[in-house]
Ligand binder design. Structure first.
Ligand SMILES: [Zn+2]
Length: 262
């Protein structure tokens, strides 16, 4: 089978020749964008406008979708948003009460009470949180879970994203607990996003993506795995894992060992 390649005439991405032949020289994303540009006089039908405004959304966001995929497609999409909003309205107050109770049951330790080994993790968490991607504004109405070990909860509250009232901070165990209370329906749009940070000390060799990774360090050093991740849909998001070293008095970054984004 031949697999001749060429470049997209719009963005220059390397693509297969058969893709170019099918799409007038364009890659799939460029072809979809080209097909999605509606003429200037294209207007959304009234039935769509009404629904979009009831959701408090910007009608312009739906122009391209409706032009490209049709009115009934956009109607189906709006129904999914409405479903997600209903789930959020029902579950968000339950979630907030759950998170509040978690902190009453388990207040985070003060940094003065931490051993040097744990204290050394706080600046690593802080740098990781500062680097994390902020969610796009179109997802503003969602709840935003942060899960982070108990000792680093004060860091997360201080650094992420500060005064954002959507934020719910839980430990990884509490997040697992919440997922037993709330089972998200298959195929429903997420009304929440999940951001997490974790330092595995010691690393779990069976963690996703860790299989076959070389975590060997010089004599006297202990490996830590520092992971930060984000997901805002069943298939949207990703994670990064770094190898750090602890020598008994200080921690240092060694290398990135894993990364996956969709
Ligand atoms: Zn392209």
């Amino acid at each position: 089978m031949t697999d001749a390649q060429t470049t997209c005439t719009t963005c220059g991405a390397l693509i297969r020749q058969i893709t170019a032949d099918r799409n007038q020289g364009l890659c799939v994303p460029c072809d979809r964008r080209a097909a999605a540009i509606p003429p200037d006089d294209f207007k959304l039908p009234f039935e769509l406008l009404e629904r979009i405004e009831a959701l408090g959304a910007d009608p312009d966001r739906f122009l391209e979708m409706t032009w490209r995929d049709g009115v009934s497609y956009t109607l189906g999409f709006l129904e999914k948003i409405e479903e997600s909003d209903r789930l959020r309205d029902h579950w968000a107050p339950i979630l907030l009460a759950f998170a509040k109770q978690c902190r009453l049951d388990a207040p985070p330790p003060s940094s003065a009470a931490l051993a040097p080994r744990d204290l050394a993790k706080l600046p690593i968490y802080e740098a990781s949180i500062q680097r994390s991607e902020r969610l796009p504004p179109s997802r503003r109405s969602e709840a935003l879970f942060c899960s982070i070990p108990l000792l680093a909860i004060p860091v997360a509250l201080r650094c992420w994203p500060g005064d954002d009232e959507r934020t719910v901070v839980l430990t990884p165990d509490e997040w697992d607990e919440w997922r037993k209370i709330y089972q998200h329906p298959d195929n429903a749009f997420w009304w929440f996003a999940h951001v997490w940070w974790r330092i595995d000390d010691p690393p779990d060799p069976d963690a996703p993506g860790m299989c076959g990774k070389n975590l060997t360090l010089p004599e006297g050093e202990t490996p830590w795995l520092v992971t930060s991740g984000l997901s805002w849909g069943a298939l949207a998001g990703g994670w990064t894992t770094e190898l750090w070293s602890w020598n008994g008095t200080s921690a240092r970054f060694v290398k990135e060992v894993g990364r996956a984004y969709s």
